[in-house]
Design a protein around this ligand. Structure first.
Ligand SMILES: C[S@@+](CC[C@H](N)C(=O)[O-])C[C@H]1O[C@@H](n2cnc3c(N)ncnc32)[C@H](O)[C@@H]1O
Length: 295
């Protein structure tokens, strides 16, 4: 049976390309763009107006670079350089379709967030980057050591006074008051596939917002903004996230016999199960932080 398994290991072989199943469609959803836009607006307020350098880690199809370009235009920034880093070659092909204005250089590099010093060497000035970002990705990096490795690498390329933005909808507060509805959806999808939960499978560790904040602070950065924002995900957004391999695999990770079910069938079960619940939207909480390198 064909089974497309995404490589989200964060170490080892570079990510396998995703085809029909990718994050691209979800990253186009207005509510997803808006929660990221609002964080970028806040981040952009710290950028120097004459010339700035920004590095976006886990850039995917380039949403954050797009939003930075939008803000630079709105704020009238003179010049800028944006670098996006991600191991997923196919996402980067999509990202490379973004056409920046003449005053902004935009480059996408295939690689891991743990390697920023090497990947950006010679690309940013000795003083370091003005800002770095990691949006909706840290929860996908397996293991605390890798998560910390990426954050340390990000803090390492920042110049004194530079800022980092992070957000995640996959913290212990992600489902919030809608936890029952998310649980019902998952169980209904499993039921459709004739599967049941394997209680012996160790659940993927979900970190609390406080733990992510602490990991950021442990790199030596000072948190200057933190929030938990509730976003209503429309039916379209739910359908789109049901076509993202890392999400699909996460939902079914503890289903008995899940490795024998194709990603197509899992995705279809998620979409049909949501339709069965007769919901128009589902709420999700985004935890976000902006932190600054002390001068
Ligand atoms: C959910 S997507 C988010 C993409 C983008 N930030 C956005 O918001 O549209 C998560 C991304 O993390 C990337 N990723 C996984 N492991 C990584 C690593 N070790 N370093 C950098 N990126 C990684 C994946 O390839 C994927 O593109």
């Amino acid at each position: 049976m064909t089974h497309e398994t995404p490589d989200i290991s964060g170490i080892g072989e570079l990510s396998k390309p995703t085809t029909r199943f990718s994050f691209e469609e979800f990253s186009r959803q207005p509510e997803y763009r808006q929660v990221n836009r609002e964080l970028v607006v806040r981040l952009a307020g710290y950028l120097p107006k004459n010339v700035f350098t920004h590095v976006d880690v886990a850039t995917g199809t380039g949403l954050v670079p797009e939003l930075i370009i939008e803000q630079a235009a709105q704020n009238g920034y003179e010049r800028g350089a944006i670098i996006g880093v991600d191991p997923n070659r196919v996402s980067l092909q999509v990202a490379r379709r973004i056409v920046p204005p003449p005053n902004i250089s935009l480059e996408f590099i295939e690689g891991y967030g743990q390697d920023l010093a090497r990947l950006t060497a010679g690309r940013i000035s000795n003083g370091g980057a003005d800002s770095v970002s990691i949006h909706d990705a840290i929860h996908e990096i397996p293991g605390e050591e890798n998560k910390r490795g990426i954050l340390t690498s990000m803090a390492g390329i920042l110049k004194p006074g530079g800022v980092l933005s992070y957000n995640s909808a996959f913290t212990a507060k992600g489902m919030g008051e809608s936890a029952m509805k998310w649980g019902k959806w998952k169980l209904e999808a499993m039921r459709k596939l004739g599967g049941r939960r394997d209680k012996l499978v160790e659940a993927i560790r979900i970190y609390t917002p406080g733990e992510y904040r602490e990991m950021i602070e442990d790199t030596g950065l000072k948190v200057i903004h933190e929030d938990l924002r509730t976003v209503a995900l429309s039916k379209d957004a739910i359908r789109a996230i049901s076509r993202y391999p890392a999400f699909i695999e996460g939902v079914f990770a503890d289903m008995v016999g899940q490795s024998d079910v194709s990603i197509e069938d899992k995705s279809k079960a998620l979409i049909e199960a949501f339709d069965n619940l007769n919901l128009n939207s589902l709420e999700r909480n985004w935890h976000e932080v902006i932190a600054q390198k002390v001068k």
